[in-house]
Design a protein around this ligand. Sequence first.
Ligand code: NAP
Length: 260
Amino acid sequence: MNLGLRGRKAIVCAASRGLGRAAAFSLAREGVDVTLVARTADTLDRAADELRRDTGVEVTTVAGDINTEAGQEAAFAACPAPDILVNNPGVRQVPGDFRTLPKQEWQHWLDVHFLSSVQLIQKVVPGMCERRFGRIVNMSVSFIKFPQVGFAHSHAARLALSGAVASMVRELIPHNVTINTVCPGLFDTDALHTNLHGHAERGNTTYEAIVENRLKTCPAGRFADASECGDLIAYLCSAQAGFMTGQNIVNDGGVYQGLF
Ligand SMILES: NC(=O)c1ccc[n+]([C@@H]2O[C@H](COP(=O)([O-])OP(=O)(O)OC[C@H]3O[C@@H](n4cnc5c(N)ncnc54)[C@H](OP(=O)(O)O)[C@@H]3O)[C@@H](O)[C@H]2O)c1
């Protein structure tokens, strides 16, 4: 399937490793010129070199924190008229006790999992509407559909984003601008393994035991490859996906058992 994206321009946030990097590859294979944002310059440059070599598209890098105004401004200076925004906060969720988590911690999670993404959306939609093409994909987590104990702060902030988006999309679709949210389950990235090590430490067990337990509860019986998220994102950015908006799409190997 040709996704009709050749020559389009994308800002891909948190894109030097993991799911952001996979999204950049999937888009680049469709001929999209990509601007990659991440904080660490050497990993970013390595990802950019691989992308150029494998796909031949134009790749620009921005070394900065996408959850700050300066990082967002730098991304827009590098790509002033994006057709696509992959709105990935990069920051992985860490557990916290809702009883004692201080207000500034709740504020931090609202900043990185909600407000930062909203600010990026505010920046891109005027130009997208004017040009009559825009695809925004937010990176969330499958657990927004079945929240986990210990993650109230992070789930709340990610759900706030999905709620805000649900209100925005009807004003945008007449201009051929869509916003969808991907909700991944367990994908084989650095963040996943760091999380699993953390679970093992907190549960006073081994990393191997945690992995075995997670795989047992996943009907697919495996962790997914990051490309399986990247390709979903590329499809949501396609010309063909212009009728689909405001959706929160779970991609978790059958873990979530709900219908909606
Ligand atoms: N992997 C999973 O199973 C899974 C499942 C559901 C949801 N998620 C969510 O998806 C997101 C990405 O996870 P991942 O697994 O791809 O993580 P990862 O493999 O650790 O990669 C994180 C990427 O984000 C960049 N990054 C982190 N903070 C950043 C910031 N403030 N500004 C710019 N770039 C930043 C990192 O580069 P630098 O460190 O150099 O900045 C790196 O490129 C997270 O929000 C995570 O919670 C992951």
